[in-house]
Design a protein around this ligand. Structure first.
Ligand code: ATP
Length: 386
């Protein structure tokens, strides 16, 4: 069915918001008649996150200890597709988790086959680690909908738990996990627990060693590790964790993770695909006009990057992507470039052509790199202890 057939069919339009094709990343074209299509029908939750707040008994201050999302959620729709990696990171993580959940389902003895259902993604800031965890949880909620008609993503604010309230953190962790235990008790519910910035655990331990609230902070870290250990006995629970500083993660924690993956800054190919998506979006929305074709990276590679009238803008974009990758620009920074490009580096008043936009993108990239270098210089004295 094509788009207009869908648009003309009132009955379909009344019941279906969209039809998405996914997991179709093949190096060559695949004919639809040669593949088996697997359908998942689902309804997105539009209520947003429910925030579990806690009050610190000693200070009376309230803070968000966890966010609980019913999945699949409207907020995470399209997130999986928006993440671009020049490796099998996405495919590998989803296959790992599906296999681990299947083992749990079959009752595979964890004493014989080690399996904690704990994933650790580590790497520099802004490389999509948190987004990938959320997108993975959403994907599983859709793909495993038959087995788990309900799914929740519980995002634990580890930084909040361990940054200020050392004295009360142990008790807060215990209280928080009472709630998690309630959720996980429903065996037909898939519970994905996301602990962002797990390096805060190690920081808490270090603070303990330095003599700050020693027993309490160690107790808090141990409480969290014990609770996570309990979770692994639940066949419907999955623990997803992220860290920006690999060397600083608590050793006890690293040991518990079955799958540890480094998530780096985008390669030139990935950067190109991210920027290409940005060009398409701005052309669809009319901010860049007229609509022109920006070739997929495998098409450019297939043509050995040959220059022609039709490929000029794509090749300029490829040059920008290569510059960004060489400088190690993060995915987060790349996604900000288009706005900066249009706002600060594009000619004003006139309709913006694709070629002008790509030039503006390059100017925005150079400005970003200059800012980053200046910031690093300003921060150097601080890092050196001056
Ligand atoms: N490889 C990528 N492909 C597409 N988008 C990316 C990529 N990496 C990062 N982004 C975008 O950057 C933004 C930030 O991502 P996210 O917060 O998940 O990163 P992070 O690694 O968890 O960062 P931090 O550790 O600083 O929290 C998101 O909007 C995400 O879509």
């Amino acid at each position: 069915m094509n788009n207009s057939e869908f648009d003309d069919n009132d009955e379909l339009k009344e019941h279906i918001a969209s039809i998405n094709f996914c997991d179709v990343n093949h190096d060559t074209d695949v004919s639809i008649t040669d593949v088996e299509l697997v359908y998942h029908v689902y309804k997105l939750d539009t209520f947003g996150a429910e925030t579990d707040t806690m009050t610190d008994a000693s200070t009376g201050e309230e803070f968000a200890a966890a966010d609980v999302w019913a999945l699949p959620a409207q907020e995470f729709h399209g997130l999986w597709e928006s993440l671009v990696y020049d490796s099998k990171l996405k495919e590998d993580t989803v296959r790992f988790v599906e296999t681990a959940l299947e083992f749990a389902d079959r009752g595979v003895d964890p004493h014989i086959i080690g399996c904690n259902r704990v994933v650790l993604l580590h790497g520099p800031p802004g490389t999509g680690k948190t987004s990938l965890c959320r997108a993975l949880a959403q994907k599983l909620a859709v793909r495993l909908g038959d087995r788990f008609p309900r799914a929740r993503l519980i995002e634990i604010n580890a930084h909040g738990l361990f940054s200020k309230w050392f004295a009360e953190s142990g008790k807060l962790v215990a209280r928080l996990f009472e709630r998690v235990t309630e959720i996980v008790a429903d065996r037909r519910l898939l519970a994905c627990v996301l602990v962002d910035e797990v390096e805060s655990l190690a920081a808490a331990r270090r603070a303990a060693l330095a003599g700050l609230e020693p027993t309490d902070s160690i107790r808090a870290v141990n409480a969290l590790l014990t609770q996570l250990d309990r979770l692994r006995r639940q066949p419907n629970a999955l623990v997803l964790t992220t860290s920006n500083v690999t060397g600083a993660i608590d050793v006890a924690f690293v040991d518990r993770a079955d799958l540890k993956r480094h998530v780096g800054t985008p390669s030139a190919r990935a950067a190109y695909e991210i920027l290409r998506g940005c060009c398409t979006e701005l052309m669809v929305r009319g901010s860049v006009t007229p609509r022109e074709r920006v070739f997929a990276i495998n098409v450019l590679e297939g043509a050995r990057f040959a220059e022609s009238e039709g490929s000029r803008a794509s090749l300029r974009l490829w040059a920008v992507a290569r510059e960004a990758a060489t400088a190690g620009v993060s995915g987060r920074a790349l996604r900000r470039l288009p706005l900066l490009a249009v706002a600060l580096h594009a000619p004003r008043g006139l309709a913006l052509s694709l070629e002008q936009f790509v030039e503006a993108l390059r100017a925005a990239l150079l400005a970003h790199l200059a800012d980053a270098a200046a910031l690093a210089e300003d921060c150097a004295p601080i890092a050196n202890g001056h």
